[in-house]
Write a protein that binds this ligand. Sequence first.
Ligand SMILES: NC(=O)c1ccc[n+]([C@@H]2O[C@H](COP(=O)([O-])OP(=O)(O)OC[C@H]3O[C@@H](n4cnc5c(N)ncnc54)[C@H](O)[C@@H]3O)[C@@H](O)[C@H]2O)c1
Length: 319
Amino acid sequence: MVKVGVVGVGAVGAATVLSLIERGGMCREIVLVDLDSRRAAGVAADMRYATPLAPTVEVRAGGYDDLAGAAVVIITAGLNEKSGGATDRSDPEGRRRLIGANAEIYAGIVPRVVAAAPEAVLMVVTDPPDPLAVLTRRLAGHDRVFSTGTLIDSLRFRVHLADRLKVRPRDVQAMVVGEHGTSEVLLWSSASAGGTPVLDLLARCGEPVDLIRREIEDDIRFANITIIEGTGASQYGIGVVSALLVEAVLRDERAVLPVAAYYPPYETTLSLVSVLGAGGVQQMFEPAMSEDERAGLERSVVALREAAERALAVLPDGA
Ligand SMILES: NC(=O)c1ccc[n+]([C@@H]2O[C@H](COP(=O)([O-])OP(=O)(O)OC[C@H]3O[C@@H](n4cnc5c(N)ncnc54)[C@H](O)[C@@H]3O)[C@@H](O)[C@H]2O)c1
């Protein structure tokens, strides 16, 4: 019986569970764990009433022990940008503002998850996900750890490009790599639609391409803040993304996606092109990049390494 655990059942956790149920059939049991056990019980009860209409799945609230045997545990617990005061567009730190508080929370959660479910793949969603995945990997003592990384940013990139090109987003190929955060790198040089570079297609739009690029970059970099200003939490897009990633692991899909895992050449966790399947990220490689994009990636690596050090500082030995 395939079990999936969700630790942290706030806005993102609940949206993820709903997407897992709606995608259907990939797991038999979903266990919800939250510091606020009444909230976990309430969300589980609410979702359960939808399950007669879904492929067979059981949703229940539980404690860490109930994660025993889980194939994947999704961790969304912690402060979000609003509760953690990270909604200032001019702040270069962005989501990294949440490191201190959320690393403390992870130091409490991850050992309990690993004790209950030593074989589980751990998926980090909490912000900032990449440094927290470094901490999680260290606490877990294994490599079956990845973060949702820049997949959500890549989808946002595709949506905004599609708007400008007046085509459907599904037919636009575009990727963001590096940090899920302010130093992320949009790969304009390889973005395409119908096998044609988007930069060539945008040049036909009648507006200066540099202006379009700046506007799209801002839309993506600050999409989380725009959403939070409206709803208090970015949740639905990431919920769909999280369910899709769990599915890729459970079905050993070997899906090629920009999600983040530890990449030895850069000695940190970042999003490149990752192959996701059984056990988590099975391979990573660097996509083709222009010189500017490569320089941007190197800056992102520096920011991520420094952020990871700050996350690891919560450990007793500081490393
Ligand atoms: N990776 C991404 O792309 C992405 C996208 C959106 C949001 N996020 C992040 O996801 C996280 C959750 O966001 P949200 O909007 O759901 O927040 P939220 O405040 O709605 O929910 C957080 C939940 O975590 C629980 N929690 C806190 N400490 C805990 C602990 N020690 N043990 C167990 N549960 C604990 C809280 O009780 C709450 O239910 C935030 O860090 C947010 O920034 C990431």
